[in-house]
Each structure stands twice: as C-alpha cells, then as structure tokens.
Design a protein around this ligand. Structure first.
Ligand code: MBD
Ligand code: FE
Length: 309
C-alpha cells in the first residue's frame, strides 16, 4: 500500500516551514493553529482527491464570501457558532455550573453602542408598519433575587427580516437598544414583531447551503446580551413560538428554554389602553444570570464587529 504524501516526514517538515514554525519571528500560537489548518487541508485534498478545478473554485468562493461580508453568516449556517456554545456548555457542566438562562449564538448582526435608557425604551422608529410588540421581563440571580441595574442589550430584525446598520434603508440603531433594569430587575420595551431571517438568496452562504441541500432560514427571534456587575455576561436570544422554522433553524440557535410565547390581542379596549391602533402582541420573558467567577466573564469577549473595529 502506498503511503499518503500528507503522512510523510517530508510533508510534515514542509508544512512546519510554511506555517512559520521553523522561523523565530511571529506569534507561536498562530503558527500552531495555521500548521493544524494546513495539515488538515492537505489531508482533505489528498483523501478526497480534490482536483485543481475544485481547489480554485474553493479559493474563489472565499473571495466571494469576503466581498459580500458573509463569513459570519456562513459560520452560523455551518453550525460552527452553535458548536462553540456546545463547547462552553460542556465546560460549564464539568465545572458544576448549571441552571440559569441558557446561552445561544450571537450571530453576525450585533452592533455595539445602541442608545442606553433607564427601565424602558421604544426600539422602533415608527417607519415599519409591523404589529406593535410590548415585551417585558425581569433579570434575576440564581437565588431568584432581582438584579437592579442590569443592562439588557437587545437587537432584532424588522418585518423584512433585516437589521439596521446592515440594511441601509433603516435609521441608525433602529430596533437596537440598551435598557437598564429598575430596582425590581424589570425591563420593558415597545417595538414591532420581527420576521424570521433568510440568507441573501444571491449570496455565497445560500449558494453553499443550496449545494448541500439545506435552506437558509431562521425563525423570528430577538437577541439579548445581559450584563450586571458581579454576574457572568450572557449571550442569548428568544425564538418565537409558532414560527414554522422554530425547530428548523439554519443556525441551530433554538433551545427549549428560549422559546417565548407571543400573545396577540385584538380587544379594542386593550388596544386603546395601550395606545395602539389595531392588534398588538405581548411577550414576557425573564432571564437568570450566573455569578461571575473572574473579572473576565462579566463582559463579552472583545471582538472586531461593526462600530467597534
Ligand atoms: C441572524 O439574524 C442571525 O441571528 C444569525 C445567527 C444568522 C443570520 C441572521
Ligand atoms: Fe438574528
């Protein structure tokens, strides 16, 4: 039997050289990771007999992905972002950390620096004639004590499934706010009911999903970062009950504890009391945070994103 080229000592030495391991300059961890990527890549090429045409198709695909700014979308769609959650969950389990509101993926559409307000906010700019949504809830610690002064950083899509900043047709920070909880841990906001998200149909992410026979749809959802001094930062989202993609999310973010009931109300007296014309919707959802174990887990890890790069 012939030995695979990628398993030979000569190949190993060549990839050590190509990843900088034989050079003094550079970042040691980066070298190790690049080396692993090269080793796995040449094995894929060899074992799956990737032709030069297929290889250059892949290179071109990466250029398309970057040109369209969809690398984060593909990471979500291939389940890699959810996989990071599974790793963090396993780490928590090993450390005996359980309970509290589960984490789920951030997704690629967060924007830092949304307007900050006390206790309540209106998220929409009134330009989208969606169903008015009133959402409220409380933030607690594991003992059930309300957390005053917690920051609820919330963002969601409009009725087209589009997010402000990435969608040039929306005003700055539309459907994005940071709300500080009151002394009973309450937050509340008025917004519009979001629609589910679909990958751009002409984009590279959808192209790959088509190729592997998958759709690129997400159920209607609302994203949250929760933070409070002394508590662990939580990245999560709620997924709206009744959505056709609730258990068929292309980004695998739905978790049972994160499904939120949405109550629609057409009662004229209730509408009048709320000051809205026609039906409105209501969601109540509480969050429970873990105590922080070290200063680092109170804030979200720094990463390059819109408006903070
Ligand atoms: C979204 O709104 C989203 O949350 C994710 C994870 C991917 C694409 C669009
Ligand atoms: Fe989203």
């Amino acid at each position: 039997m012939t030995v695979k080229l990628s398993h030979t000592e000569a190949a190993r030495q060549f990839l050590d050289e190509a990843s900088g391991l034989t050079h003094h300059a550079g970042n040691p961890r980066l070298k190790v990771v690049v080396n692993a990527i090269l080793q796995h890549t040449v094995q894929i090429i060899e074992i799956h007999q990737i032709s030069p045409e297929e290889f250059w198709t892949a290179v071109n695909y990466l250029n398309e992905l970057g040109a369209r700014g969809e690398a984060g979308l593909l990471a979500a769609g291939l389940g890699l972002e959810h996989y990071l959650d599974l790793l963090l969950d396993a780490k928590d389990q090993q450390a005996g950390i359980h309970g509290g509101t589960p984490r789920t993926i951030e997704g690629p559409l967060y924007v830092a620096g949304a307007p900050l307000s006390e206790h309540e906010a209106r998220l929409d700019d009134g330009q989208d004639a969606g169903t008015v949504l009133f959402m409220q809830g409380r933030v607690f610690d594991l003992a059930g004590q309300p957390l005053a002064g917690a920051v609820v950083d919330v963002w969601h899509a409009n009725t087209q499934g589009n997010y402000s900043y990435f969608d040039p047709n929306q005003s700055a920070f539309n459907l994005r706010r940071r709300i500080v909880t009151d002394d009973q841990g309450n937050y509340r906001f008025r917004s519009i009911v979001p629609s589910g998200y679909g990958c751009p149909p002409d984009g590279p992410t959808q192209k790959l999903l088509d190729g592997i026979g998958r759709h690129g749809q997400r159920p209607a959802h609302i994203h949250f970062f929760l933070s409070a001094p002394g508590y662990r930062h939580l990245t999560t989202q709620i997924n709206l009950a009744g959505d056709q993609y609730l258990h068929d999310d292309f980004a695998y973010a739905t978790r049972d504890e994160l499904i939120a009931d949405i109550r629609f109300n057409d009662d004229p007296a209730a509408c009048k009391e709320k000051g809205v014309e026609g039906r409105f919707a209501e969601i109540t959802f509480d969050f429970t945070l873990h105590p922080s174990r070290d200063a680092g887990d109170e804030s979200r890890r720094q990463r390059v994103r819109a408006l903070e790069s």
